[in-house]
Design a binder for this molecule. Structure first.
Ligand SMILES: [Zn+2]
Length: 304
């Protein structure tokens, strides 16, 4: 079942990408995270989404569009650790965080971890009410915020490179890298079964620490790549830059996309657990149905 689901996920993505030119990584990356997360779910939970992969794919970037009409939406996509004194000092309690920074700075610093937990709760409600279409939509929206928090630059005030004079770094990392990766390799995130863990509600704060720790290396690799060939006729961001930046950061981008999918699956699993692990309505499965899982990573599957 896992294998067939993953093949289906690959087919859904292949169809999506064959139909139109590659969209910006923002869209492509979020689609990869959303659809690939389904392959990381245990079978009794994955059954909820069987045949609904297109819902996961098609709505994975909806929250980015909400920024156009909702002034409170943009900061839901990141959390800047520096105003709190670093990722270890970001309170898990939202009211405590607001009190720490004051309401205005709290708003500016971002709310991604709490947004993720709000979306988990919404998904739990859809599981509890037995609505698989709404669950698929909720899971897709959830995947967006988890994917964003898996981008290292979404954990820092230096998201756009202004403080260090690296304008465009956000786009180079999360769009430029993955477009090149996808264009040449038709790559998919690795399958890694979701693990609920002892304190899944704290997971987004652990992700903050992991992502924030990657920022200095990412910025240093960007500067080094800009110096790769000062005589490059294409300028600072020509072929020499991309060769060097890909060599340094492409493995990290792959890992963060894989983690984004696995983390999304973890949050879907958390929501399902909160709802009492109900069986998928259309399949008639029972809660806690002990379907065997391989626990083995699937081989790399190309998109086409
Ligand atoms: Zn976003």
């Amino acid at each position: 079942m896992h294998r067939s689901l993953l093949f289906h996920a690959a087919a859904v993505l292949a169809a999506a990408f064959a139909a139109a030119p590659l969209p910006a990584w923002g869209v492509l990356g979020h689609q990869l995270v959303a659809v690939s997360s389904l392959a990381d779910l245990p079978p009794g939970l994955a059954a909820w989404f069987a045949g609904r992969e297109d819902i996961l794919r098609d709505h994975a970037s909806d929250p980015d569009q909400w920024k156009d009409t909702d002034p409170l939406e943009r900061p839901r996509h990141y959390l800047e650790c520096e105003p709190y004194g670093g990722p270890d000092r970001v309170p898990m309690d939202e009211d405590a965080a607001r009190a720490r920074l004051g309401p205005d700075d709290f708003q500016d610093a971002g709310q991604a971890p709490w947004t993720i937990l709000d979306r988990v709760q919404a998904l739990a409600g859809s599981f509890a009410s037995g609505d698989p279409d709404q669950a698929a939509l909720d899971a897709s929206i959830l995947s967006h915020y988890v994917g964003d928090l898996s981008v290292p630059l979404h954990t820092t005030v230096n998201r756009h490179g202004k403080p260090t004079g690296q304008h465009g770094i956000h786009r180079r990392w999360q769009i430029g890298l993955v477009e090149r990766l996808e264009a040449e390799e038709s790559w998919l995130p690795e399958q890694r079964p979701a693990v609920l863990g002892p304190r899944p509600e704290a997971a987004p704060w652990a992700w903050l620490k992991q992502g924030f720790a990657l920022v200095p290396g990412l910025l240093a690799d960007d500067l080094a790549a800009q110096r790769a060939d000062p005589d490059d006729p294409d300028g600072a961001f020509g072929e020499a830059y991309w060769r060097a930046f890909r060599q340094a950061q492409e493995p990290r981008a792959k890992e963060q996309l894989t983690l984004g999918a696995q983390r999304t699956a973890q949050m879907i699993l958390l929501a399902w657990t909160r709802a009492g692990r109900p069986g998928a309505p259309s399949e008639g499965t029972q809660a806690g149905n002990p379907v065997a899982r391989s626990g083995q990573a699937e081989p790399h599957l190309p998109l086409i």
